[in-house]
Design a protein around this ligand. Sequence first.
Ligand code: KG4
Ligand code: ZN
Length: 325
Amino acid sequence: MKVLGIETSCDETAAAVVADGRQLLSSAVASQVSLHARYGGVVPEVASRQHLLAIVPTLFHALADARLTLQDIDAIAVTMGPGLPGSLLVGLNLAKALALSLGLPLVGVNHLEAHAYALWLEGKGEPPLPLLCLLVSGGHTEMALMHGHGQFQSLGRTRDDAAGEAFDKAARMLGLGYPGGPAIDRAARRGQPRYPLPRAWLPGSYDFSFSGLKTALWRWVHQQGGRPEDLAASFQEAVVEVLAGKASQAAAQQGAMAILVAGGVAANRRLREAVAATSPVPVLFPSPALCTDNAAMVAACGYFRLQAGQRHGPALDIAPNLKLG
Ligand code: KG4
Ligand code: ZN
């Protein structure tokens, strides 16, 4: 079964074709990073207009890469939320139009759940369940226990900034550019985590908080002063230590068989090392290219939803605040 995936929840216009939820036939991603870079973050109105321009060429790019036409597609999966309303609308409306005109089944999927499904595209077979999922992206930081396909039990989430958002804001303070995650990752390799930045452990809860850390970094940058590479390393270490520590603790307490780290921040080299070092169970990571936003993960997630009999009709609407589980 060939599923066409469509993703426009934030600043990446993406389309992909996946066979049987596991075989990646193509994945086209038109990034808007350079468009938003001058603002230091995603501008929602600019994002939705750019999705409109890019979505159809990106769709045909994905079909051409897979050497397929629309007639070869068996079903359509699209991100319905969470995300920016104006951006979600572009992908959702294209998906509905295609499903209606081609007479194909349609399924709307949760973007966070889709991040987890990047793992199914790695050709590593089924992960052991229950699986502790640490989903860390620019818009979300969520910890959930996956019991089966489409069965996610949310354990905790960020109370303020998402981990990726914190990376982006820290990079901006340090003058390292946008997007901040990769920039901090690179700068931190040339620095030492010598500054004592705070860790918000929030004992007794699986929630996260990064706003205090951000304020502490601001003080070091603007009041105490410090070498940018060392501040980047110190900031990264503070974020990574809490993410790795809490995911490992949750895995042990919840009886998880493995930890999956996915979402854009899962591309972070130190996070990968730290979770592997602290986890009591095996740790699984999708490859960095599948960690950041793409439509292949949406197609994979949609495939398992369709297999479970889920379908959406033409009344499917965006769900900008969609929760996991
Ligand atoms: O999943 P994603 O592509 O988009 C959202 O769903 O938000 O995540 C993007 C986020 C950005 O905040 C970016 O700075 C962060 O992922 N990111 C990283 C790295 N690569 C991307 N953060 C830390 N280290 C990285 N290497
Ligand atoms: Zn994402």
